[in-house]
Design a protein around this ligand. Structure first.
Ligand code: OOG
Ligand code: NI
Length: 316
């Protein structure tokens, strides 16, 4: 009947076929990310060399322009169609940003592998509040959004392919944006590309499950961590601990023929501690749902700086 098929299609995101397509898409996004960001790739290999079991992703993050249908929803619609649930909004007035995060559907398939083959990650998507920027900057952003035609409808595809949905900008336009919002400049040249993956440290098996040990290990191996507000970012309740590397840079050829190095992506680490109400559970019974969920504005505000010029040019 009509109603039966309608309800069948509504649950598609929860079907096995739906889940394998979701995972294939995440895998393509991850491949683009690992090919462009040698630091992220090396760190995953390094962690794996010590902790040879599962590496779980806590979340994947993306950036968007909040203008004419190019904002959070352009990418979120894919995740919502594949079973994700919208959760809280976060606001960053000084950065002129807002963000939403999405919790994953219950996995119907084996999720004992690493990365995108493991437990499905949360999704964190932010958007630039373009209306609040200067007329000159707004004009540039609106121009590229317009040039991309219906590109906003194919945000997930663009991310999986590693393509921009708009034309490459002029170097002067990149600089104009960078002077006003480094987030804007990043998004103009990276588009819907994966901004970072986050390793879930508490799900590691070795001593690296402690984020402080992991941070030390990463630094000892010569990688630079984002020092904004201190290396370790801690939520007011003390239960969400985060840190991240400084983004890699990548050569970019602008449409005027100039080449310049631009910030690309970084890798993050998150440790979620057990909620007070479950503190007496034996360790073997603790699941992800017993831990601090969600995100924290104060932490996120500093993690955004992982792609900033100040962090990229900072001496180690
Ligand atoms: C996102 C920064 C915030 C988190 O986990 O709170 C974040 C970004 O840099 O786009 O990743
Ligand atoms: Ni993050």
């Amino acid at each position: 009947t009509v109603s039966a098929s309608a309800s069948a299609s509504k649950s598609d995101g929860q079907s096995k076929g739906g889940e394998s397509f979701l995972r294939d898409t995440l895998r393509s996004m991850e491949t683009v990310y690992l090919n462009r960001n040698p630091t992220a790739k090396s760190i995953l290999e390094l962690v794996h060399s010590v902790d040879d079991e599962q590496i779980c992703y806590d979340h994947l993050a993306f950036r968007t322009f909040g203008v004419n249908g190019y904002g959070i929803n352009s990418l979120a619609s894919f995740f919502l169609d594949y079973g994700y649930t919208q959760k809280e909004e976060l606001r960053f007035p000084a950065k002129k940003l807002k963000a939403l995060w999405f919790s994953p559907p219950n996995s119907l398939s084996q999720d004992g592998g690493s990365g995108v083959n493991g437990p499905l990650p949360r999704i964190f998507i932010s958007e630039l509040l373009v209306d609040q920027l200067s007329p000159k900057t707004q004009e540039i952003i609106r121009k590229y959004a317009e040039k991309s035609g219906s590109g906003n409808k194919y945000a997930a595809l663009a991310s999986a392919l590693g393509s921009l949905t708009w034309e490459k900008p002029l170097y002067s336009e990149f600089q104009q944006l960078a002077g006003e919002s480094e987030y804007a400049a990043w998004t103009l040249v990276n588009g819907y590309a994966l901004n970072h993956v986050t390793i879930s440290t508490h799900r590691l098996k070795s001593n690296l499950k402690n984020i402080k040990s992991l941070n030390q290990f990463i630094e000892k191996n010569g990688f630079k961590l984002n020092s904004e507000g201190g290396i370790l970012k801690v939520s007011p309740d003390g239960l969400l601990l985060q840190s991240s590397t400084v983004a890699d840079s990548i050569p970019f050829s602008f449409s005027d023929g100039s080449n310049a190095s631009v910030p690309c992506s970084y890798i993050e680490f998150a440790e979620r501690l057990v909620l007070p109400e479950y503190k007496n559970l034996p360790e073997s019974e603790i699941e992800e749902s017993h831990r601090r969920d969600g995100f924290e504005v104060g932490n996120a505000d500093k993690i955004f700086e992982s792609t900033s010029k100040e962090q990229l040019t900072r001496r180690a």
